[in-house]
Design a protein around this ligand. Structure first.
Ligand code: FDA
Length: 303
């Protein structure tokens, strides 16, 4: 399976741009803000909440950072004008985390302040390990100035066992995900690179300890077996349904998300949009060949 996924990922540069666009339509709301707002409206009407992600990652100059900030401010105004209450996903590297941490903090705070006054929340995405400590430091600094923000943690990283302690102690809003980047094995929990099931055990431990500590937890996965075992645990522990939510990426696991919603659980859909749809789609597939395999299977099965 690994070989097939890798072959599919290597074929990406030869796939026509028009085909990538067609495939990415399922996973990306569109290139424009209007596309994103349409998608958010229809998801809200269907009973989901949303997280909005303006595509784009590491920037290489302060001018690029300024452009990202302005785009986010425009986005916040548009959401407010439409009365749409959503969550913003913030990728710290797009705000210059790797260029200058102090100005990154200033930019993120500017966005957060604009969002908070308009009833919009935010969550810091967790990027690759070059960003992990800097992102946690950024979160700690921002938290004292604006409590309207959550943070993502990755179950595949060893260090998450240490990182989660202070966050859940302060009852921060957490998103637990498996982790999407191709990291060196030294950073990963035992077996993570060879046995994906091993990550599930760590995922369950993080979700359960954060819930026990009183954090609100976003359970960000499409893994049905993992979700079922968490539901069993949650019901046994009588955790109130307003203490957590399931989170899924746009275009992934739609029947599962519908089933969870009809069972009365809160479900949030992560909606990426933006002009960088081609770069985003191809980068993700190259970074993580498993995604190429998922997409291929989803296309072949017509789901
Ligand atoms: P797994 O990879 O085992 O997939 C389970 C099943 O889901 C697969 O068998 C397949 O059917 C389906 N599936 C999963 N991904 C698919 C795809 N792209 N296309 C089609 N089918 C797919 N990561 C990170 O490092 N930092 C972050 O901040 C975030 N943020 C985030 C937010 C939200 C809302 C979600 C849902 C995910 C993230 N992630 C993330 C990504 C996460 O770490 C993880 O890589 C993906 O969710 C895929 O892993 P699963 O938990 O779904 O399990």
């Amino acid at each position: 399976m690994r070989i097939l996924n890798t072959m599919a990922a290597r074929a990406i540069p030869f796939v026509p741009r028009s085909l990538i666009r067609k495939i990415s339509r399922r996973y990306i709301a569109g290139a424009t803000l209007a596309d994103a707002l349409d998608r958010i409206r229809s998801l809200h009407a269907a009973g989901y909440s949303t997280t909005l992600d303006l595509l784009g990652e590491t920037v290489s100059s302060p001018t690029e950072v300024e452009a990202v900030v302005l785009e986010h401010l425009t986005l916040i105004d548009a959401l407010h004008a439409d009365g749409l209450r959503t969550e913003l996903s913030i990728k710290p590297s797009a705000f210059g985390l790797l260029l200058d941490e102090a100005s990154c903090k200033r930019h993120v705070l500017r966005i957060l302040d604009a969002a908070t006054t308009r009833g919009i929340t935010a969550c810091l995405d967790m990027e690759d390990v070059t960003c992990t400590q800097k992102t946690l430091d950024l979160f700690a600094r921002i938290e004292t100035a604006n409590a309207n923000m959550g943070i993502a943690l990755q179950a595949y990283l060893k260090r998450t066992y240490d990182d989660i302690g202070p966050l859940q102690h302060r009852m921060n809003r957490l998103r637990i995900c498996k982790g999407i980047y191709a990291e060196a094995e030294t950073h990963l929990v035992a077996d993570a690179s060879r046995n994906r099931n091993a990550i599930n055990e760590h995922f369950v431990r993080h979700v359960s300890s954060a819930l026990r500590a009183g954090s609100f937890v976003g359970i960000a996965t499409h893994d049905e077996t993992l979700i079922e075992s968490l539901i069993t645990w949650i019901q046994r522990e009588e955790i109130e349904p307003d203490r957590f939510e399931f989170q899924m990426l746009l275009g992934v696991g739609e029947p599962l998300r519908e089933r969870l919603r009809s069972m009365g659980f809160q479900v949030r859909v992560y909606v990426p949009y933006g002009h960088d749809w081609y770069g985003y789609s191809t980068r993700r597939i190259k970074e993580n060949p498993r995604i190429a395999g998922y997409i291929l299977r989803a296309l072949l099965s017509g789901n």
